[in-house]
Design a protein around this ligand. Structure first.
Ligand code: BGC
Length: 393
């Protein structure tokens, strides 16, 4: 492996610098339909002076801070976790932040003011939360990083996620296992890699997992990257990151690459897309350039099994998806929150991997799963995630 998992963890200066760009993202809309009251609260009972979340009974307010409504998965994640916590007897404040860290920090401040015992946060820019989490710690509020690690602060108590490095490995391994089906007549294979939003701490893991497998093959000449956008190593992901995970950003990047580097009938054979929102934009660009499913459509990866992407898979426009059953993540987090509130031991299964630059955050990692047309029914329909009708089967 060119770059070990541990190497990926250290906070790079590039990532910190990229974090400063977060406010410029173009995927910044669509969260205005948030049904929560304008003051950002649920109207939950105010703090009763009891600030420590440990050693008590179930109950009290749990804050859930999600990044954006504009991506399907976060809507599902938020609603599911909220439902589970309510069933367990908690009150909840579920907030979406329009992909703006400042807005999320204000929402967390409101949760603290409202007496939350715990806040569960899927951050936007996990390097820009130090002050608000200090406020949380001072108020005795415990913090869970949900899906995305929060960096550069000691005030993050637990992390629960899918194994992000493995997501990338599954995408990279799928490409290696199927690349022969996508070869040009002369044996060459044109690969175009993409990476996610530079302010999201998960991106280095997704990209690193895939590039640890694909990078050496680019070096050996198994793949050519006509656009030249092939990072020299797994740490080079920020140079090809799509800000805000925007489908529109991925679409215009793919259009530029096709227009500039694919003249004279040259074809894109494989696209490494780290997630579904990017894959959707890439599909638009391929369609616009005249690629046809079942004929010259490239192998295209994804992550999340969002409905539109699963439908696209059925239509032959997306080849594989890494499915993260967000119901499992919600169940795990609800259980851990409950354990913490009750003063019980909180279940973790990894105390080495996720160093946020200040501490190694005790984590629970869940395994992601590859979905293709071969197992789509078994994985997504039989598990009750979608109906066959939903996905066009
Ligand atoms: C999540 C992915 C998601 C992406 C864009 C990442 O942090 O892990 O599941 O596709 O953010 O929202």
């Amino acid at each position: 492996m060119a770059l070990s998992r541990r190497n990926l963890i250290s906070l790079s200066a590039a990532a910190l610098a990229a974090g400063a760009l977060a406010a410029c993202s173009d995927e910044r809309g669509g969260d205005t339909a948030d049904p929560a009251p304008a003051d950002g609260t649920t109207g939950a009972a105010p703090a009763d002076g009891e600030t420590t979340p440990t050693g008590g009974e179930a109950g009290g307010l749990i804050g859930i801070a999600m990044p954006t409504k504009s991506l399907e998965r976060w809507n599902r994640d938020g609603a599911h976790l909220e439902g589970l916590l309510k069933e367990m007897g908690y009150e909840t404040s579920l907030q979406y932040a329009d992909n703006k860290q400042d807005q999320q920090n204000n929402q967390i401040q409101n949760m603290i003011n409202d007496g939350a015992k715990v806040v569960v946060i899927a951050s936007i820019d996990g390097t820009a939360m130090g002050p608000i989490l200090q406020t949380a710690a001072d108020a005795g509020v415990k913090v869970f990083a949900y899906d995305r690690l929060i960096n550069g602060t000691e005030n993050v108590d637990y992390y629960a996620t899918f194994d992000n490095y493995k997501v990338g490995q599954l995408q990279g391994q799928y490409i290696l296992d199927h690349m022969d089906d996508y070869k040009n007549d002369d044996g060459s294979i044109n690969l175009e890699p993409f990476a996610g939003s530079p302010d999201d701490n998960n991106v280095r893991y997704f990209f690193g997992g895939a590039w640890d497998l694909l990078g050496p093959e680019v070096e050996k000449g198994t793949f050519t990257v006509p656009s030249g956008k092939a990072p020299a190593d797994s740490d080079g992901w920020a140079s090809i990151g799509i800000q805000g995970w925007a489908s529109s950003g991925a679409q215009s990047e793919m259009e530029n690459r096709i227009n500039s580097f694919y003249g004279d009938g040259k074809k894109v054979n494989i696209v490494l897309s780290p997630n579904d929102s990017l894959a959707l934009g890439i599909q638009q660009a391929l369609e616009g350039a005249g690629y046809t499913p079942g004929e010259d459509w490239p192998l295209l990866t994804g992550q999340d099994a969002d409905l539109a992407n699963v439908q696209a898979m059925v239509q032959g426009k997306q080849t594989m998806d890494v499915w993260k059953d967000t119901r499992m993540l919600g169940e795990q987090v609800a259980k851990m929150v409950d354990q913490l509130v009750k003063g019980e031991e909180v279940e973790t299964n990894d105390t080495e991997t996720y160093d946020n630059g200040v501490k190694v955050v005790p984590s629970f990692l869940i395994d992601p799963v590859v979905v293709t047309m071969d197992n789509i029914e078994e994985q997504l329909v039989e598990s009750g995630f979608y109906t066959a009708e939903d996905i066009g089967l």
